[in-house]
Write a protein that binds this ligand. Structure first.
Ligand SMILES: Cc1ncc(COP(=O)(O)O)c(C=O)c1O
Length: 408
């Protein structure tokens, strides 16, 4: 089954304004999300911020249940954090890293995660080891299995890397992690909201997600899930009055649930909006969402591949809604700008966002066109026609025009 696209578009005010293929950047929010955020901001202005939060207590509490349902966890294993990076950090920096600890990751790992590995390597003498890819360009499960030893402290990978359509075989990684009793941290920033994600099926112990991408929530929102038996083994790198209790002049106690990873002050309207976005996704069903997205992405890949001078770069056995490509005639940034002039949104992924993978494949920048279920076949065709026309009529800008090629 697929999502009812007319209904989805009727719910999405942005569909009237733009052809939005930047859903892996930030998707267009549906009306219920927008109404929730604006409604709460209005209440804050009318009655006061603390008072509005008190009034929304029930709804706020329901956001934990909704996030837990979305990924198959429990409400007390969820922490709402302002983005996926900080959510991931709260788990990663919660380990007491020791010299010689080994972190196994994938070659398509995300820049911010990798910088964190390198920092821990520099600070504590841990070792970060990227596992080779298999012939399909996804993490090699055989190589992962063979690289595990007594010093392996963590397996951490990105489910759907930032720079293309690859879906890493997270559940296979989880099986290896479980078989060896090694904790598994999954960056699910681009998979949650796009495909069904279930922490028990995958076998991960920690998972980070963001609100603004495929979940269609507000910017500045995200969450962390930590399996119950891991919560108290991880010491949050930062504590405040919400994460811990000041029990005496020289003592404090960290709370036992996942809210130890949160901080007290937060974007309450955004959190409520994220709750509304999760409810919206759950009502549609993640399997239908995935099927609709994958069908559009298949059409987009086929359309782009048939255009002379265009190369599609997506890897992996399973390919998602993110389509990455280059053109012989135009640099990625120039393509993005040419599309923007026609009210078509795409973005550019630069080498340093996934440095190992892009270097392996000798790619400097790729255009990232990412579809969502509210996009249409007609939009895909219009996009391909625009790319074809760009290649046919103009050959300027091969070297690009600068710009920020490192947008997440
Ligand atoms: C794979 C991956 N992980 C993490 C992030 C960071 O997410 P956030 O910007 O919400 O911190 C991104 C953003 O693009 C991403 O693509």
């Amino acid at each position: 089954m697929s999502v009812d696209v007319s209904r989805a578009r009727a719910d999405t005010p942005g569909c009237e304004t733009v052809l939005h293929f930047n859903n892996a950047g930030a998707a267009l929010s549906p009306a219920p999300v927008l109404d929730t955020v604006i409604g709460h901001l209005r209440r804050e202005a009318e009655i006061g911020g603390y008072e509005a939060a008190a009034e929304a207590r029930e709804a706020l509490s329901r956001t934990y249940t909704a996030a837990a349902r979305l990924i198959g966890g429990a409400a007390d294993e969820i922490a709402f954090i302002e983005n996926a990076t900080r959510a991931w950090d709260m788990a990663f920096y919660g380990f007491d890293w020791q010299p010689g600890d080994r972190i196994l990751t994938a070659r398509s790992e995300y820049v911010s995660n990798y910088i964190a590995y390198l920092q821990v390597a520099r600070r504590h003498g841990a070792e970060v080891i990227p596992v080779p890819d298999d012939a399909d360009g996804q993490i090699s499960i055989a190589a992962l299995e063979s690289m595990i030893d007594a010093r392996t402290r963590l397996i951490a990978i990105t489910h759907i890397p930032t720079n293309g359509g690859l879906v890493n075989p997270a559940a296979d990684v989880g099986r290896v992690a479980r078989a060896h009793g090694i904790p598994f941290l999954l960056d699910a920033c681009q998979s949650v909201g796009q495909i069904p994600v279930n922490v028990d099926d995958i076998g991960c112990d920690m998972l980070s997600a963001t609100g603004r991408k495929y979940l269609r929530g507000p910017r500045g929102t995200g969450f962390l899930w930590v399996r119950r038996n891991w919560i108290e083994k991880l010491e949050p790198p930062f504590l405040d009055l919400h994460a811990a209790e000041w029990t005496g002049p020289d003592s404090y106690e960290i709370r036992p649930d996942a809210r130890r990873f949160e901080n007290w002050e937060s974007f309450v309207a955004g959190r409520l909006g994220l709750g509304a976005a999760i409810d919206y996704a759950l009502a549609l069903g993640l399997t239908d969402i995935r099927d609709s997205i994958y069908a559009l992405a298949r059409r987009l890949r086929a359309g782009l591949s048939s255009i002379k001078g265009v190369a599609v770069h997506d890897q992996g056995r399973e390919k998602c809604g993110i389509v990455s490509f280059t053109m012989e005639t135009h640099a990625a940034e120039a393509i993005k700008q040419a599309m923007a002039a026609q009210r078509i949104n795409v973005t550019v992924s630069g080498r340093s966002s996934t440095l190992l993978d892009m270097t392996d494949r000798n790619l400097e920048t790729v255009v990232r066109a990412s579809v969502h279920y509210y996009n249409t076949d007609a939009e895909v065709d219009r996009f391909c026609a625009a790319i074809e026309a760009l290649g046919r009529y103009s050959t300027s800008g091969l070297n690009g025009t600068g710009g920020d090629s490192n947008q997440p």
